[in-house]
Design a protein around this ligand. Structure first.
Ligand code: SF4
Ligand code: SF4
Length: 335
């Protein structure tokens, strides 16, 4: 499979690599099958996070013995030096590895995060010490706030930047991508399938692949995802005008403000499974599943109508979605 150079890290990685966020939805056994199949298919870059519950553990359990076959990236939400140093050691132990190729500061969302990370005693200091000690090889940053990522890339401290990019979210094209390329910062694309909501995988991934130098990490938690996601890399063809129009039509239908199922908003104060609410609602409205969805919804322990409007979830949503308002709509339609 083609390999792309991940900026100044010099890592040569598969342009469609492995996003390990959905690993947390698999059983331990299923995770092993998917991870091993991904390596067997030639994928050589895996991106996970401390925040993805047991995703690191599953990687350590199943593919630590094949460590030479893949580059490993993880990330932490820690903002202080002490907390980041602790998380790096936990990642190393959990994934049973002596080094991590890329350790990223996870989801720098607001100015306070950025200030904390960069301050004396901030997370960046721990990452630099870990790099000097050989525990990690490169330092990266991830987020959804393009202005903050531009600021981060300009410091020269980061070898990679990870940002959402797909047919619906193209904000990074304007300034971030050209800047990163000019400074030789590797670009990792999260949410290439809009969190699984862009239905035409082939078109969505070819849209990414036709951009020079990008490395996408679609989430994979089933064996069929591997074949589906790698298919566009074989005999790659840029999008035709007709295909581009088809993708744009889907993007227009989704609009920019849809739930990407990232799960940052949970846990909810009263136990509402927020992403699941939005999935049900989308299936009910967009896919016209007017009988099956109300049936499944009825079986949920905590319903949208039980939201107490505390707002805690909205503060954590990287897309600033009006979750409370949306839940009211879910409650209206589904009860
Ligand atoms: S605003 Fe509603 S959905 Fe959000 S955390 Fe509070 S109770 Fe849960
Ligand atoms: S509501 Fe926001 S934080 Fe929650 S899953 Fe959707 S996009 Fe992610």
């Amino acid at each position: 499979m083609e390999k792309r150079r991940l900026g100044r890290t010099e890592l040569m990685v598969t342009p469609i690599s492995f996003g390990a966020l959905p690993m947390q939805r698999c059983t331990m056994e299923e995770a092993g099958e998917v991870l091993k199949a991904a390596l067997d298919a030639g994928i050589n870059f895996i991106d996970t996070a401390r925040a993805y519950t047991d995703s690191e553990e599953k990687i350590g359990r199943h593919i630590a013995n094949r460590r030479s076959e893949y580059y490993l990236a993880t990330k932490s939400m820690a903002r202080t030096k002490e907390a980041m140093a602790k998380d790096i050691d936990i990642s190393l132990a959990t994934m049973k590895t002596e080094y991590i190729d890329l350790y990223q500061i996870h989801n720098v969302k607001v100015e306070q995060d950025w200030a904390a990370v960069m301050a004396p005693g901030g997370a960046l200091e721990a990452l630099k010490e870990a790099r000097a000690a050989g525990k990690i090889r490169h330092i990266g940053i991830t987020g959804h706030n393009i202005d903050l990522l531009v600021k981060a890339v300009k410091t020269g401290e980061f070898s990679t930047v990870q940002v959402p990019f797909n047919c619906v979210e193209q904000g990074a094209m304007k300034e971030l991508f050209p800047l990163a390329k000019s400074l030789d910062v590797g670009i990792i694309v999260m949410k290439p399938l809009g969190g699984g909501l862009i239905s035409n995988v082939d078109l969505a991934l070819r849209f990414i692949l036709e951009q020079d130098g990008l490395v996408a990490i679609p989430g994979m938690d089933r064996l069929e995802h591997i074949e589906q996601n790698l298919a566009p890399t074989k005999d790659f063809k840029p999008l035709s005008a007709e295909e581009r129009a088809k993708l744009s039509a889907e993007a227009a239908e989704l609009g920019p403000n849809f739930c990407r199922r990232c799960g940052y908003c949970v846990p909810c104060a009263v136990g509402i499974d927020i992403p699941q609410m939005f999935i049900f609602h989308l299936q009910y409205t967009r896919y016209d599943m007017k009988t099956a969805i109300p049936e499944r919804y009825k079986g949920l322990k905590v319903k949208a109508s039980e939201c107490i409007e505390c707002g805690e979830c909205e503060a954590r949503c990287p897309y600033n979605l009006p979750i409370r308002e949306r839940l009211k709509q879910v409650a209206k339609d589904l009860g």
